[in-house]
Ligand binder design. Structure first.
Ligand code: NDP
Length: 452
């Protein structure tokens, strides 16, 4: 992304502790780029003891707007000139908008979740809702359910007192007794069909295989499930919903919309759904934090992939191995018994499963996998696609003694490699975000190139 900074550039930013892993710069800088607005968004690592001074300093520096994240969402209120109704009721703000006298605080987490839910066509009015969890995010969820006039709201939490505090506070703020606090284990007392909003931290990566309620009977009481978590992309809660025929959504759109609403407030504009979709595509790639390696057989996808995963602290997944493990037999046998078309269909099926679950991973793909357009489209959303570009002679040198490659079992393997690579290379190039030359180079050298 090219940033042109000049005398009229306005600064936006995020204050938090820590802030290193934030995706907010991706949202806001992509918005500025698409909309052609002269704003730059940067993270600021602000400690608790410096918070008030940071807000005052930001105002004096003419900073246009700020986001605020953990642990300052509540404490920052004391430094603001005013706070919106929902910010006051929730007791937390995440967006500071510049006014003449100082910053005004808003809670766009709540507004973002509302916009996400509406974007899926979910109506809360008159519905029975279960909120799982009673932490910081649940307060915003509870406010949204009240503001959108859900008819009955149950906050289920491990620590009952925290759920009770939110229920009493919101019931009193809205002047009606709609929210009831319950212990997590008491869900069996409930009857009917519910929208469930999963707001606990259970299921967050690396805790992928857990849901706060695992009993399948619970999921039969649901018709819509929304998880605030977006990493993994499909949480265990979402899996349990889907297994029981329930529509389920993750929290990435909430993150997107809280950012878009903040950006709208700062710049006094309205962002169209078309632009929101474009930003979402970029955000999704970043949120997944996957690198997809494509390339011809023998280009070193597995070797490079494993080393890259290690060097960047991520997992490694080999799509071929995924298919072999699932099918319970080798690729050569699948080819021999069922033919290439059958294998290609297995690849697409595997990719769809991987798409739903995998984040923070280096993914190595089979040589022929990107030849299908449907596969290229999935790869493109899965992560950054890096094509490992290898010359035919280098492939020949590496594979000349390998008898396990079905496509190379011909009388003249070199000719076969040249023919196949000549056909595939333009397709690899077309489907890649980046190309790295890997012929006769060391793994370390290649990895350095990819990371750079
Ligand atoms: P908090 O730490 O404030 O709250 C955590 C909640 O999870 C509490 O209700 C806690 O229960 C519950 N919990 C934690 N461990 C367990 C356990 N072992 N068993 C049962 N319950 C447990 O977190 P937040 O409210 O700030 O965030 C919750 C989730 O929402 C996070 O995963 C976060 O990533 C996500 N989030 C997503 C956003 C988005 O934009 N998509 C925005 C904000 C949050 P107890 O009270 O008993 O401790």
């Amino acid at each position: 992304m090219g940033i042109d900074i000049d005398g009229k550039t306005r600064l936006l930013g995020l204050m938090g502790d820590p802030v290193e892993h934030t995706l907010s710069p991706v949202i806001h800088n992509t918005l500025s780029e698409i909309l052609g607005l002269n704003n730059v968004y940067v993270p600021f690592h602000v400690k608790k003891e410096g918070l008030a001074k940071a807000v005052e300093g930001a105002f004096q520096l003419n900073i246009l707007g700020l986001n605020v994240t953990v642990p300052h969402k509540n404490d920052v209120i004391a430094s603001l000139s005013s706070v919106s109704d929902e910010g006051l009721a929730i007791g937390a703000v995440n967006t500071l908008v510049r006014t003449e006298n100082g910053y005004r605080g808003y809670n766009t987490d709540m507004l973002g979740l509302t916009r996400e839910i509406k974007s899926y066509g979910i109506e809360l009015e008159g519905r029975k809702v279960i909120i799982l969890g009673a932490g910081g995010a649940s307060r915003a969820v509870a406010y949204m359910c009240m503001a959108e006039k859900a008819s009955e709201i149950y906050i289920l939490n491990r620590t009952l007192e925290k759920a009770t505090e939110i229920a009493e506070h919101m019931n009193s703020f809205f002047g009606r007794q709609t929210i009831r606090a319950m212990k997590l284990s008491d869900w069996r007392e409930l009857e009917g069909k519910y929208i469930v909003i999963q707001s606990t931290s259970i299921g967050l990566k690396p805790d992928n295989d857990r849901a706060v309620i695992e009993d399948e009977d619970f999921y039969r009481m649901i018709d819509t499930g929304v998880d605030l978590i977006y990493s993994p992309f499909e949480t265990k809660f979402m899996k349990l919903c889907r297994r029981n025929g329930v529509n389920a959504y993750n929290g990435l759109k909430m993150l997107l919309y809280q950012g878009i609403i903040a950006y709208e407030l700062w710049n006094d504009i309205s962002v169209s759904e078309e632009v929101a979709d474009q930003v979402y595509e970029v955000l999704e790639k970043n949120a997944r934090n996957n690198t997809v390696l494509t390339g011809f057989m023998g280009c070193g996808k597995s070797t490079v992939g494993k080393s890259l995963a290690k060097a960047t602290g991520r997992d490694f997944l080999d799509v071929d191995k995924y298919i072999v493990d699932k099918a319970g037999c080798s690729i050569s046998r699948i080819f021999a018994e069922h033919g290439e078309e059958y294998f290609r269909a297995l690849e697409t099926e595997a990719l769809n499963e991987i798409y739903n679950t995998v984040t923070g991973t280096v993914i190595s793909t089979g040589g022929g996998l990107p030849m299908r357009k449907v596969n290229r489209d999935i790869l493109n959303r899965l992560g950054e696609v890096v094509y490992l570009d290898v010359s035919p002679d280098c492939v020949y040198e590496r594979l000349k003694d390998d008898t396990t490659r079905p496509l190379l079992q011909s009388e003249n393997p070199m000719e076969r490699i040249e023919e196949l690579l000549g056909f595939r290379r333009p397709v690899y190039l077309d489907g890649a975000d980046r190309t790295v030359n890997v012929s006769y180079r060391t793994v370390e050298d290649i990895i350095k190139d990819i990371i750079d």
